[in-house]
Design a protein around this ligand. Structure first.
Ligand SMILES: [Zn+2]
Length: 662
């Protein structure tokens, strides 16, 4: 008596990835509806079942669909956008956030997710875990593609493309979860981005939401060593310890990366049942490091594998990630047995399913689980010949020889999604054409930004846009001149409103094309007794100075933009990549004065470590209007005469130009 099933896959090497690591070299899988009904020897299953559709898998392996445990799938649209001479912060704050702020819309998330789903399905991935913006669009694309997904609506404390503030982000996540939580294949959730971009409150709210709907919490933890250092300094805990403290592990948690998990962290991750998902390619490409794969597995931590976003990988090929996860621990550990091929494969199948808290449904070919199955060809040059004397040889083939392009068929929930290398749920060419349209727009944006320093500064935020005229005159002075300046400042015609003494350390970024202007990063430290001691950091874009038609060798410059410099000098160097750099250190005494009801700054500067080190007198005035600039120029002339500065003492160049030209 034959039992009826929908599909019977026969004659393949069935790699079940079950607890006993069962392999059937002449195997078969029976599928009814969305479930696996039986797995075993071909002869046995053919004797028991008759199928509506029999799929011959001769010369193929039949495996559980691969699980991509961490991704940002819409970022496929940013693939290859940034060349790799930036560190993570420049990559993230200099490029990804500004471009995302400008371009990420619901359509962006949808089209990017479609491109990624197509790519993942064609390379054997049936389930992915995502975190991004407009996550309902990712969910829609995943659903239409036929994939299984856990979709996390990203929340961070700063404004994001889909939420001007984090509370709006949390509210978006709640609505998204409410709408999707009854879906059979798509699990909606919330993803607090990382400890360094979130707050205790965000993690707490996210945890409550996950608890309410019974969905896992997704976050990034301990990706870089700097993140761990800063976390210890600021929160007296590693990022993993912090996540535990703020409740992120009180619900099932999926923690991406954990590259720099400490021994204590690893114990904690195991005790709290946290799923850990390192992303080998991304961790290498961004030089974040290599996760302790073997130690995680040995400690019993539920460990998976992910691709991370395609902007830092740059593909979403889980076979490539498995390959790296097998190789890296061996090379670094000096032990070829440290990560057997079967363990590496488990990270994207059975262990990967545990890591994303779906092992009751997927991750192995076991009766009762969902029929997420892939068929991989083994009859290509790079897989020949084959040995079958031991069932274990198949793992070496799958991990070290097989390419993702060998994937022939893909089933999710028993439904054929890729058949004989053809994607049935999407038109691949249409998806690629839509992706290219968006890339073309970003291309125009970036190429004009690279030319325009102002756009580049504005892109990283916080700049006070202040188009002003600055009129300035500079003179080389003697100590006798300085005495005359000080005497002038005691004149009742002049009112001193503020005085200060400071050290200023300026780094100038200079460019071959001088019309682009130059960037000055200034560290400004008050040294006069009683002054507040906190150092100020500013970044200023200065346009090339015009030589005005004024007497006294006055310089007129316009269009200066200044902001507090919140990033490091290295960040700015990598972000702007100047053609030259010059440093100027000076001791400055400064007086702010009112003269004939207009305000001016008078500086006496000594440059440190320069041949032409001064001292110099500077008189400066700033204004919004051209006519006022003319009036101030006249008054500066009067001030110069009052302290007896002669024409031959005047210096036309700014400090940054003095040494280069002289
Ligand atoms: Zn990520």
């Amino acid at each position: 008596m034959h039992e009826q099933v929908d599909k019977l896959l026969i004659n393949g090497t069935v790699v079940t990835m079950d607890a006993a690591a069962t392999v059937y070299t002449q195997g078969a899988v029976a599928i009814r509806g969305r479930d696996i009904v039986a797995v075993g020897e071909v002869a046995d299953l053919q004797a028991r079942y008759s199928a509506n559709q029999v799929i011959d898998c001769t010369d193929c392996a039949i495996l559980p669909g691969l699980i991509n445990g961490h991704a940002h799938v819409p970022m496929s649209l940013l693939r290859g956008m940034v060349s790799d001479y930036q560190q993570l912060d420049v990559w993230l704050f200099g490029y990804m956030f500004p471009v995302e702020g400008q371009f990420v819309t619901p359509a962006f998330s949808y089209i990017g997710a479609r491109l990624s789903c197509a790519e993942m399905l064609r390379s054997g991935t049936t389930t992915f875990v995502d975190m991004y913006y407009y996550e309902e669009e990712v969910a829609r694309a995943a659903d239409e593609s036929g994939m299984r997904a856990i979709c996390g609506q990203t929340v961070l404390r700063m404004p994001s493309p889909d939420a001007p503030s984090y509370d709006v982000g949390i509210e978006r996540a709640r609505r998204f979860i409410e709408q999707w939580h009854t879906h059979d294949r798509i699990i909606p959730t919330i993803a607090p981005h990382a400890p360094y971009t979130c707050t205790d409150h965000i993690y707490h709210e996210a945890m409550e939401l996950c608890a309410q709907f019974g969905v896992p919490l997704i976050t990034h933890l301990s990706e870089t060593s700097r993140e761990v250092q800063e976390s210890r300094a600021e929160r007296d805990a590693t990022p993993i310890g912090y996540a535990n403290r703020v409740g992120a592990f009180d619900v099932p948690c999926i923690a991406a990366h954990c590259v720099h998990a400490t021994e204590d962290d690893i114990v904690l991750l195991r005790q709290r049942g946290v799923g850990v998902v390192p992303c080998p390619s991304s961790n290498l490409k961004l030089a974040s490091g290599v996760a302790p794969y073997d130690r995680l597995i040995k400690a019993g931590v539920h460990t998976g594998l992910g691709t991370d976003g395609p902007a830092s990988n740059d593909d979403q090929d889980m076979f490539a990630e498995i390959h790296l996860a097998a190789m890296l621990p061996k090379g670094l550990g000096g032990d070829p047995m440290i990560m057997p091929a079967r363990d590496a494969l488990s990270l994207a199948t059975s262990r990967g399913a545990q890591a994303i808290h779906l092992d009751h449904l997927i991750g192995s070919l076991v009766p009762g689980k969902r029929a997420d199955v892939i068929v991989v060809e083994l009859n290509h040059l790079h897989s020949a010949p084959r040995y079958t004397y031991s069932p274990d040889t198949i793992y070496s083939h799958l991990v070290y020889s097989v390419h993702s392009s060998d994937v022939r068929d893909v089933l999710v929930d028993g439904r054929m999604i890729v058949e004989n290398r053809t994607l049935l749920t999407m038109d691949e060419r249409e998806v690629m054409a839509q992706a290219q349209q968006i890339a073309d727009q970003i291309n125009v944006f970036l190429s004009s930004r690279e030319e325009n320093l102002l756009d580049k500064i504005l892109a990283i935020g916080g700049v006070q846009q202040a188009e002003i005229f600055e009129i300035q005159v500079k003179a080389r002075v003697t100590s006798a001149d300085i005495e005359r300046v000080e005497a002038m400042l005691r004149d009742p015609a002049i009112r001193v409103t503020k005085t200060s003494e400071r050290m200023q350390y300026d780094t100038y970024f200079l460019f071959h094309k001088r019309e682009r202007g130059r960037i000055r990063i200034r560290e400004d430290r008050r040294i006069d007794p009683g002054a507040r001691m906190d150092t100020k950091y500013t970044i200023t874009l200065m346009a090339e100075a015009d030589q005005g038609e004024y007497p006294y060798a006055m310089l007129l410059s316009r269009a200066r933009y200044t902001a507090r410099a919140s990033q490091t000098l290295r960040f700015y160097r990598e972000y702007f990549h100047p053609d030259h750099e010059t440093e100027i250190e000076k001791h400055r005494r400064r007086w702010r004065i009112l003269y004939k009801n207009k305000d001016f700054a008078i500086n006496i500067d000594d440059l440190v470590g320069r041949q032409d080190n001064g001292p110099f007198l500077e008189i400066k005035g700033r204004t919004w209007g051209r006519r006022d600039a003319d009036e101030r120029a006249t008054l500066i002339g009067e001030l110069l005469e009052r302290c007896g500065i002669r024409a031959e003492q005047l210096v036309k160049q700014e400090y940054v130009e003095l040494e280069r030209e002289g």
